[in-house]
Design a protein around this ligand. Structure first.
Ligand SMILES: [Fe+2]
Ligand SMILES: [Fe+2]
Length: 178
């Protein structure tokens, strides 16, 4: 019976499971960015609040992209159960530190997933993951540049105000496109 059920999808149980774990991770990232947006908004960092809101929307798009793939492949996409998202942050800078840590964790997760796909010879999913692996270059770049503003500009005087203003202006130049 179990084998028959597997005919619905060419995804192995393990790959289906890690894809669902990633769906949850993207949903958590989306919620986390929204929490960061709210914190920035409450503390007078309007531009950063807008930046994190945008990041939150993007993470939801990532989640939906994975969700659609699992469904398209005949698998069982699981709507994630998210709880315990933090509300408070230690400082303006710490919000950006956590954002970068989160992006690095996502990159590592996709690397582990790609490795699993290779090992189980799931080249369909491996190819699907390429978009995300490439996207993480930009995600990490922008998060790292934002955090660097704290050292480049400094937080004294009107520093935090300047940093806030510059955060949404960070752009990533994709020179990998042909
Ligand atoms: Fe993402
Ligand atoms: Fe991201």
């Amino acid at each position: 019976m179990k084998d028959l059920l597997r005919l619905r999808t060419s995804l192995t149980e393990e790959i289906e499971r890690v894809l669902n774990e990633q769906i949850k991770m993207e949903a958590e990232a989306s919620s986390m960015y929204l929490a960061m947006s709210a914190w920035c908004d409450r503390n007078g960092f309007d531009f950063s609040a807008g930046y994190f809101k945008k990041q939150s929307d993007e993470e939801r798009e990532h989640m939906l992209r994975l969700f659609k793939y699992v469904s398209d492949m005949g698998g069982r996409a699981v709507s994630p159960d998210i709880s315990g998202i933090q509300i408070e942050f230690d400082s303006f800078r710490s919000v950006f530190e956590q954002a970068l840590q989160q992006e690095i964790a996502v990159t590592q997760s996709f690397n582990r997933m790609a490795d699993k796909c290779m090992k189980s010879k799931d080249f369909v999913t491996f190819t699907f993951l390429q978009w995300f692996l490439k996207e993480q270059i930009e995600e990490e770049y922008v998060a790292r540049r934002a955090l660097e503003l704290f050292d480049v500009i400094g937080e004294e005087g009107t520093g935090q105000y300047e940093i806030d203003k510059r955060v949404p202006k960070i752009t990533y130049e994709d020179t990998y496109e042909d």
